[in-house]
Design a binder for this molecule. Structure first.
Ligand code: KIV
Length: 263
């Protein structure tokens, strides 16, 4: 088994797992110092491409960004989202997961739960492709953000699904927007780490979309904590640059290229 995954599994019930998303080398390089898992999420659809949902992200989009992220990662576990439609049957899923693994040298792929796609997880795992599952709100297949696990029937369904994902061989599972009660029960019943987003502190780890927590995306649901306001920081810098150019303060002599030295 991949050593990084082995180390991750040992964290269950011991220390919290830290995870964030990245779509480029520059952010990945910073995350690599702190995160156990860096996820190239198909949330890039909303964050980078301005789409309303994640459905139009292609295999080539995800591979392209993963190649950039890969360059910034030395120690974190690199997980790449499989875009919707790339795993609609076991054969297609295996072909596309192999391509993602080969091209991006990632450690694992993530796929969202849809109906009973446990056989897809099994197929990939049997072919030595580590898989992270994803249950609760699954943006590729559900339209509206909705909290799941609000009653015993929903909780039982989530638990059953998480167990089937574990039995299929996944090494971890994302719980997106499930109630604290459901998160606690799933985390207690499964032996693989649960990574929560909008699913309380009962999960074994947490993931957020980096652009949301940095205040860059403009998407701030209640479960997102904004750790800084990069929109404001960037606007301030752009404003200053604009003023400098107009007032001829930039470039100053310091920024002139005279000799051969560029840096
Ligand atoms: O695409 C993504 O960023 C994700 C996380 C929100 C878990 O799937």
């Amino acid at each position: 088994m991949n050593l990084k995954i082995k180390k991750l599994l040992l964290k269950k019930n011991k220390s919290k797992i830290v995870s964030l998303t990245a779509y480029s080398k520059s952010i990945a390089k910073i995350l690599d110092k702190y995160c156990d898992i860096v996820l190239v999420g198909d949330s890039m659809a909303n964050v980078l491409y301005g789409h309303d949902n994640t459905h139009r992200i292609t295999l080539s989009n995800i591979i392209q960004h993963s190649l950039s992220v890969r360059k910034g990662i030395k120690r974190s576990l690199l997980v790449v989202d499989m875009p919707k439609e790339t795993y609609s049957n076991p054969i297609k899923a295996l072909k596309n997961a192999k391509l993602i693994m080969k091209k991006t040298k990632c450690d694992a792929v993530k796929l969202e739960n849809y109906k009973d796609n446990f056989k897809i997880i099994k197929k990939l795992v049997n072919n030595k492709i580590p898989v992270m599952g994803h249950i609760g709100f699954t943006p590729q297949f559900k339209k509206k953000f909705k909290l799941e696990g609000k009653n015993i029937k929903e909780i039982n369904y989530l638990i059953k699904t998480a167990k089937l994902i574990e039995e299929a061989g996944a090494f971890s599972v994302v719980l997106e927007c499930v109630t604290p009660k459901a998160a606690r029960m799933i985390t207690n019943i499964t032996t693989i780490p649960t990574i929560g987003i909008g699913s309380s502190s009962y999960c074994d780890g947490q993931v957020l979309v980096t652009d949301d927590m940095l205040g860059l995306s403009g998407f701030y649901p209640k479960f997102v904590k904004k750790y800084t306001d990069l929109n404001r920081v960037i606007e301030k810098a752009i404003k200053k640059y604009t003023r400098d150019v107009k007032l001829r303060n930039f470039p100053s002599k310091k920024n002139f290229l005279n000799g051969t030295r560029v840096r």
